[in-house]
Ligand binder design. Sequence first.
Ligand code: NAD
Length: 484
Amino acid sequence: MKQYKLFINGKFVPNGKREMLDVINPATEKVISQVPKATAKDVEAAVDAAYEAQKSWGKLPASSRAAYLYKLADLVRENRVLFAKTNSEEMGKPYAQSFDEAGWLADYIVYYAELARHIKGEIIPSDRPNENILLYKMPIGVVGGIMPWNFPLFLIGRKVAPALVAGDTVVLKPSSDSPNGCYEFANLVKKAGIPDGVVNVVTGSGAVVGNALASNPKVHLVSMTGSTEAGQKIMKTAADNVTKVSLELGGKAPVIVMADCDFDATIEHVYNSRIINTGQACNCAERVYVQKPIYDKFVKKIVAKFKATTYGPALEGKFDIGPMVNKAQQEHVDELVQSAKAEGGKIKCGGHKASYNGKGWFYEPTVIADCKHGMRIMTEEIFGPVLPITSFDTFDEVIEMANDTVYGLTSSIYTSSYDVAMRAMNELHFGETYINREHFEAFQGFHAGVRQSGIGGDDGEHGLEEFLETHICYIDYNLKADVK
Ligand code: NAD
């Protein structure tokens, strides 16, 4: 069994008598590795290393920093199978999706390396004679990258790639449910010859390790992806040092299906949007509103798709979905499903916890029809292969229901009417709206939530801005002439 080591200042720190955490394959319930439980002192050492390393890393030309990123992306591609297997083993993702995710990690690193020559300041006209005003975009400094378990490879890219190209250094803290990929990545950081301290990896609980990162005054940006509850705690902690936060939090994405939609294509998109990553994706279809004329037909067709959905351990066969990441998540999904049943929802298929050969924390693919807008299953994040559906009459009514949420990450509408699509774009109050397309973002877009789904954002040139700070410089180039 693999025992990983903290990665601090370019070295894998011997575990010695350090406490270790078991990492469990959720499909088989077997312990697959152990990772060290870092202490607050370990985190301090990692932040100090990042702080020192940033002094020279930040002075390298951005194109030289990008050269390291290209090397790193090549190494990720060479190790794509290892990453894919690691991902499927530690969080249960179907293998093809893990393989895709390892590819996204490499591609995302390349995307940001390509932006190296696009980090630009401004020259602003002055009100004074003999003066230049130069606005620089500078590295922000040390980034604390706090990660969830659901896209453990891709999220490494989101935390590391923009930071490194911007001239920042990073301390990564993966989730204890899926930390292995991050340590495999640390091996490649070393192989790519990235200077010591530029990327560090520490593992342990949010309350100790995450908190030590968010409260350290040498951390200049806490870039966290995870639940709204943890994001709120991090924001409070970071407030003590007025540290900048970029928080990508939970969602409760509404899908609006108008009667004039392309029916078959809509079914495929909504299905894919709920099934991907076993329903454990922040941006995907969490509640569906179908216009009355096509409601029964929609429910019938989507139920057939869910009934045909296969589940099992990713490394033992080709399955559509895997397990929930842990037992607690399986219990959470079941509790919400049972609450929906009690509140009058009709379980059309699934509705139970499941296992494979008596092991694993699976959940049956589940469709719940005739839900009511205010029910818990329509307002709380499910994060599983469960689709609650309700019906509506008018566009105004459905927009009202879609916006009636504390979350504001993604949303979508399926319609063939240009007017309806344009109105939805303007009236849906979410960070992202997808029209006639499943919920999934692009590298060059901007992934960001409003309300309790977060603050700040990732991806594209706007995402890079999070990792930069602005420094303005006023230059009087003829002092003598100005002092009369
Ligand atoms: P989580 O909030 O439990 O944990 C996320 C990370 O925060 C972990 O590394 C955890 O250890 C750390 N953490 C927890 N408490 C902390 C504290 N007090 N101080 C510092 N760090 C702390 O989330 P999770 O269960 O790993 O992930 C699932 C959640 O993530 C879902 O709500 C999902 O919607 C969200 N998510 C959002 C996005 C997005 O881009 N908006 C992407 C993926 C996942």
